[in-house]
Design a protein around this ligand. Structure first.
Ligand SMILES: C[S@@+](CC[C@H](N)C(=O)[O-])C[C@H]1O[C@@H](n2cnc3c(N)ncnc32)[C@H](O)[C@@H]1O
Length: 225
């Protein structure tokens, strides 16, 4: 069945948030990155502005700029309404209120949209669906990131997660996944069994982060070869 843009809620974060979520220091920032499920985040745009190396992979990159822009506009009001109804589930520290949240997200997504066509032509935004094989050799990237995608959408299932993370670990020397909770900020059995699977053959670390927006989403998973 063809993938429909209507099934995605595009909602992008910025580089400052990525740096905090993934604990990226200056040494890390000089490395070669792959972003899995980066969607309309401005991480790629902001990295390239600073001459850093990054390729983002996402299902939504099969669509045109206009289609993604329209979908962002269509979901904006609904997402903001849901945020208002669930304000108590969030930590209003880095982002102080709903107004600031909307401005931060829209500014990140505008940056992404302004860069999308050029980035696609340059091979920085690549239409790819995990867990399919990526067109990169083993260990091509130093660090692979997944923000608010893997482990969060537990409905994708155990086999999807094992196959996707295996493929990420084929092309990346290490991967970092944030957060390690599902959409309701719960640590599920699926998350636990996926992590246990990779403990057998990889170095697995769980690190507490300063970044916490949804209450309880303050842990980062690092899997290294
Ligand atoms: C909630 S968004 C997160 C966007 C961005 N990482 C951020 O934190 O701002 C999740 C993204 O995962 C992408 N996605 C979902 N399933 C995917 C798959 N099988 N392969 C690649 N990307 C996928 C969606 O298209 C969407 O852009």
């Amino acid at each position: 069945m063809a993938f429909k843009l209507d099934s995605v809620v595009p909602w992008g974060r910025n580089m400052e948030e990525y740096k905090l979520m993934f604990q990226l220091d200056d040494n890390d920032m000089a490395k070669k990155f792959a972003g899995f499920g980066d969607g309309p985040a401005s991480f790629n745009y902001e990295m390239i502005e600073k001459n850093r190396k990054i390729v983002s992979f996402d299902l939504i990159y099969q669509f045109s700029k206009e289609e993604i822009e329209k979908r962002i506009e269509d979901v904006r009001i609904t997402v903001m309404q849901q945020m208002q109804e669930n304000m108590d589930n969030y930590v209003w520290k880095n982002i102080k209120n709903l107004d600031e949240l909307e401005k931060t997200r829209m500014s990140a997504m505008k940056k992404f949209l302004s860069d999308y066509e050029k980035g696609k032509a340059d091979g920085r935004y690549v239409f790819h669906e995990l867990p399919h094989k990526l067109a990169y050799e083993a260990d091509y990237f130093d660090i692979g990131l997944s923000s608010h995608f893997l482990l969060m959408y537990t409905a994708l299932g155990y086999d999807f997660h094992i196959a996707s993370i295996k493929e990420m670990l084929r092309v990346c020397k290490e991967i970092r996944i944030f957060p390690i909770v599902d959409l309701d900020a719960n640590k599920t059995d699926l998350i636990k069994s996926v992590i246990d699977y990779f403990r057998k053959d990889y170095k697995v670390e769980i690190v507490k982060t300063e970044y916490e927006f949804q209450k309880g989403d303050n842990k980062l998973l690092i899997i290294k070869k």
